[in-house]
Design a protein. Structure first.
Length: 317
């Protein structure tokens, strides 16, 4: 039988990684709810956020790539670097909308073409990262979180339950972002207008809502969340290379299908379910953690194809 302290430790670890999955998947969900498409460049933006933060903290890149040995002449604190890098990724997302999505949307192109376009953008970003800074891994400095202890004991002296500080920070940041975003979408004028655009763009236009502005804003928020998640993961483990976001991109798709396409609460719930489930995979089988998300996804598709909190799409003919 699993010890209660180990059970609690795994649960807290699961909340941490699940909250990462949640905010990352929200980026997918926001764009899908507005445009009805999946942005496959989302995983590449996740990777970009980690690299931006690493550079803004004044860390040096390796010996490969066009920018070999580059080190910026500044050393920003982690949380400031996190905010700035996430905003930079947000602006990259806006550029992607202008270049890869808007022209197709104006021509009323088949949604499949937008998928192909976003895949092309993802490949360009990943290969550009590799060309500029190489394919080696990078680790954030040990003092990333400054004077905070490496771990905090949630148990007693006799039965310690140590949780890494980085996981607590990840959970706190993700919870704050999710709360802020939920409030903004449900109670602010901006959020109500965004939901109107998601419901019917033509009607929203007739009501005087600038739909293009809200689409651009959605891309910025979505990309901001991707960059934020990438940095938090990079600071927790490492930046394993330009393809860091590939696995997370696939898991993000599993999360939104599990929770329900276009459902914001569903993305949060799906992320937490997959994160907590992965945390309870025995150490001997940790190599198969990635299979957990897709096993849950397969079961959900067989039992409830619309997802936990999704709604059935009715096609009018």
């Amino acid at each position: 039988m699993m010890d209660i302290s180990l059970l609690l430790q795994n649960f807290l670890n699961g909340l941490s990684i699940g909250s990462i999955y949640a905010i990352f998947s929200l980026g997918y969900t926001l764009i899908f709810s507005i445009l009805g498409i999946i942005n496959f460049a989302h995983g590449a933006l996740f990777t970009l956020g980690a690299y931006f933060t690493y550079a803004l903290m004044g860390e040096a890149f390796g010996f490969n790539g066009l920018l070999a040995n580059l080190q910026l002449p500044l050393k920003l604190p982690f949380f400031l670097a996190l905010l700035i890098s996430s905003m930079l990724v947000g602006f990259v997302g806006v550029a992607i909308e202008y270049i890869a999505f808007r022209p197709l949307r104006k021509r009323k192109a088949d949604p499949l073409l937008t998928v192909v376009s976003s895949l092309g953008v993802a490949l360009i970003i990943v290969n550009l990262i590799q060309y500029l800074v190489g394919a080696e891994s990078y680790t954030f400095p040990s003092n990333t979180y400054e004077n905070l202890p490496a771990a905090i004991n949630f148990g007693s002296a006799d039965k310690p339950i140590p949780i890494r500080t980085v996981q607590i920070v990840i959970f706190a940041v993700c919870t704050s972002i999710l709360s802020l975003l939920t409030y903004a979408i449900n109670f602010s004028r901006f959020g109500k207008a965004m939901r109107a655009v998601a419901e019917d763009q033509v009607t929203a236009n007739l009501l005087g809502i600038n739909t293009n502005l809200f689409i651009v804003s959605t891309f910025f928020i979505s990309s901001f969340l991707a960059g934020l998640a990438g940095t938090l993961v990079g600071s927790s483990v490492s930046i394993s290379g330009p393809y860091l976001g590939i696995t997370f991109g696939l898991k993000g798709l599993a999360v939104i299908v599990l929770g329900g396409l276009g459902s914001i609460p569903g993305a949060v719930l799906g992320g937490l379910i997959i994160g907590i489930t992965e945390a309870f995979v025995p150490a001997d089988y940790s190599a198969y953690k990635d299979a957990v998300a897709f096993s849950i996804l397969l079961i959900m598709l067989l039992i409830k194809p619309e997802g936990l909190l999704g709604r059935r799409f009715i096609q009018k003919v």
